[in-house]
Design a protein around this ligand. Structure first.
Ligand code: AGP
Length: 604
């Protein structure tokens, strides 16, 4: 999704801005642009369709010295991807970059046009530039003009405004789209994600909803939604990962798949030692009678898996819903309900809106299971269980998902203690989690075999993924991974549902991927496999040897290391991630930045 970088410094900022944009590339975008006020006081803007590198080439071909500038990667919402629609947008001496959506842009556009403003793009953002320019005519400062402009904007924004006439300050405003201020010595920065600024600072202050700030080289003044001065204390960043480094790996996605043993060990650090689970961070959940999980995409699949665990192991009622549905329907909240949001980024607009709505609906408290410290979901929830997966750059979520599952297993234990969960069962879970990083390492040994398997798969146009019980959401996750990076149409079904419709799709052109750990449902699953075989389907079964599923005509069986049932959903995710990855590589798609997708979905 769109990315913002801005800087005001005593040195030239163009390279800082471009490096920042490169670090935001993983979020997904279609065009990029930069505007710098140069040493002669000219406002110079360059925009390019496509990759940040072509913008960087253009900047380097026509050097743009200057100590203040803003830059942007755009993910089209209003108006096609094009150079004219790329940010920054300008009006007179004003230049603006913006993340989010201005919902009343049409009304404002009509008003501004009637007043003589000429629009050169189809974007909602251009109205902000003209609005600030108009307000500046009667305001006594750029800050006052932005404050006046924002009262007329409906929708979501994170924006940065500069003025050629005042080349010593940036005005930034946040409502619905995150912004973080970076603190240097005699210089300050702004970005939509701290990753963009890690090469220049590790000291950050997060703006709160409704904040506006005036940022100069020497000072940062922040005002809240009522325009009252407030202090947003800078903190040292705990983000360790250098997003720019793929190491020995060809893609971030593969690197992140291979990081899972360590990522899971990090999730468990301090929470599991000597076979004992320490869940103090989750507090006392004994009053909780019902859990409502809200999430999107892959995080939703983690929540779906957890529903099986929370009801079966903890004995607590659990519902799960997609955030974009929950936020727009009337739901009934039972007393003593815990709201759980799950998010890799902590900034997903729908999930955040659902959390805000839930606060009004009367949930007892809210917990987020999240990977990004300081993100909006973490700051706005009552409790946070950090997954500690490290920065995930590939748009397709991998280690963020498996660490979410580990976090959700910890939540299951915390909920189950003193009710559905026996001490023996808790010990079994602790043992299974202890061995999990090693098992994941072992499962990575399937890589070459899966790479070969992918050769046949890459020519297919459709695929089905099947699972039962807590493996059904894993089949859904496998199908989502394949769709998003290889563009092959894939659907997942609970295997028992096949005969109610999808069986009609089965023929020799339809690969069917099955996840088959050795659990209570395996005999039922075998019958479903036979239903498919009898109709000429081409099966690929990821199975535990103990499940006793043997290769047959039209059926390949891939051995998955034996594991405790309890952690099987986490382990069986691995081969499905590798399968999607290799299919995408063979098809030659952009694995880390698949078309039309964004890493952090900060608009509705
Ligand atoms: C995962 O591969 C996807 N890119 C996507 O479904 C993602 O999980 C979803 O957009 C939710 O994001 P979040 O976890 O950051 O809230």
């Amino acid at each position: 999704m769109c990315g913002i970088v801005g800087a005001v410094a005593q040195r030239d900022v163009a390279d800082i801005l471009l490096e920042g944009l490169k670090r935001l590339e993983y979020r997904g975008y279609d065009s990029a642009g930069v505007a710098v006020i140069d040493s002669r006081g000219e406002l110079r803007r360059l925009r390019r369709l496509g990759k940040v590198q072509s913008l960087a080439d253009a900047v380097h071909a026509s050097p743009t010295p200057g100590g203040i500038g803003i830059a942007h990667t755009r993910w089209a919402t209003h108006g096609e991807p094009s150079e004219a629609n790329a940010h920054p947008h300008m009006s007179g001496d004003i230049a603006v970059v913006h993340n989010g959506i201005i919902e009343n842009h049409e009304t404002l556009r009509d008003q501004l046009k009637a007043q003589g403003y000429v629009f050169t793009s189809q974007t909602d953002t251009e109205v902000i530039a003209h609005l600030v320019e108009r307000e500046l005519k009667s305001a006594d400062s750029l800050l006052a003009a932005v404050m006046a402009a924002r009262t007329q904007l409906h929708g979501a924004y994170g924006m940065v405004v500069i003025d050629r006439q005042q080349p010593d300050r940036m005005i930034v405003a946040r409502s619905g789209s995150p912004l973080v201020i970076g603190f240097g010595i005699g210089e300050h920065f702004i970005a939509s994600d701290q990753l963009a600024l890690l090469p220049v600072t590790r000291k950050f202050a997060f703006l709160e909803e409704g904040d506006v700030a005036e940022i100069t080289r020497q000072s940062v003044s922040v005002f809240d939604k009522n325009n009252e001065a407030v202090v947003r204390e800078p903190q040292e960043s705990t983000v360790e990962h250098d997003a720019g480094d793929k190491g020995e790996f060809r893609h971030y996605m593969l690197k992140e798949i291979y990081e899972q043993p360590q990522a899971i060990a990090n999730t468990l650090e301090g929470r599991l030692f000597n076979g004992q689970l320490n869940l103090e961070a989750l507090g006392d959940l004994s009053d909780i009678e019902q859990v409502q999980i809200i999430a999107c995409g892959t995080s939703y699949h983690a929540g779906m898996t957890a529903r099986y665990w929370i009801e079966e192991l903890a004995g607590v009622a659990c519902n799960i819903e997609i955030a974009s549905e929950f936020r727009y329907r009337k739901s009934v909240v039972r007393p003593n309900s815990l709201l759980v949001t799950i998010s890799q980024s902590g900034e997903t607009a729908d999930t955040l809106a659902a959390l805000r709505l839930a606060k009004e609906l009367g949930f007892a408290r809210s917990l987020t299971i999240c990977n990004v410290p300081g993100s909006s979901l973490v700051r706005e929830s009552d409790m946070a269980l950090m997954t500690r997966a490290g920065a995930e750059i590939g748009v397709a979520s991998t280690k963020a998902f498996t660490t979410q599952l580990v976090g959700l297993m910890l939540l299951t234990v915390a909920l189950g203690r003193g009710r559905g969960l026996s001490t023996d069962k808790e010990k079994q879970i602790a043992d299974a989690l202890t061995h999990l990083p090693g098992l994941i390492e072992k499962a990575l040994g399937m890589n070459s075999a899966i790479q070969q398997l992918a050769e046949n798969f890459a020519e297919k146009h459709h695929a089905l993924f099947l699972g039962r019980g807590d493996q059904y959401p894993i089949a859904m996750e496998g199908a989502l991974k394949l769709k998003e990076i290889s563009y092959i149409h894939a659907e997942a079904y609970a295997a028992g549902e096949l005969k109610h419709g999808p069986l009609a799709l089965i023929d020799s052109e339809m690969p069917i991927v099955v996840v088959a750990p050795h659990n209570d449902l395996v005999e039922k699953l075998k019958s479903n496999i036979e239903e498919v075989r009898a109709r000429g389907g081409e099966l690929i079964v990821f199975a535990d040897e103990a499940a006793d599923i043997r290769p047959e005509a039209n059926m390949q069986v891939m051995d998955v290391p034996h594991c405790d049932d309890i952690v099987a959903p986490i382990l069986y995710t691995l081969p499905l991630q590798l399968l999607s990855y290799h299919v995408a590589v063979i098809k030659g798609t952009d694995v880390d930045q698949p078309r039309n997708l964004a890493k952090s979905v900060t608009v509705e």
